[in-house]
Write a new protein. Sequence first.
Length: 148
Amino acid sequence: MSGEELKIIVEADLLPEVLLKVIEAKKLLSQGKAKNSSEAARMAGISRSAYYKYKDGVAVYDEEQERRLVTYYLTLMDVPGVLSNVLAELSKYGANVLTINQNIPVDGAAPVTISFATRGLRTDEHSLREALRAIDGVINCRSLTGVK
């Protein structure tokens, strides 16, 4: 292995129970059901030392989630309400917005990137982009999905 970080995907039923409980503790923390790592470890039925030993090394891999993340790059006119209208349109079609990054407008136009999950999307991506492009104040909308 010589210094390379090896990542392995293993079926959950083959893992030692302690690793599954660490994943459970991490979930309890992220969902706010546990106030701290000690409480999460106790609720999951493992020791704090086991939690700390494995917490950075185990995670749930969701292949479907990976395929359902989309990032759009938009150019919006510097007019009040345009971004709000874009977000309303995304919500209308069931997109779950994960991140928004809007830069300061230059020459009356602001670049915006929006990443969202498409799990509940009630239209295809092409139709969604066309709906966003039709919003008054949207200059351009393109997908960055797959761009590294």
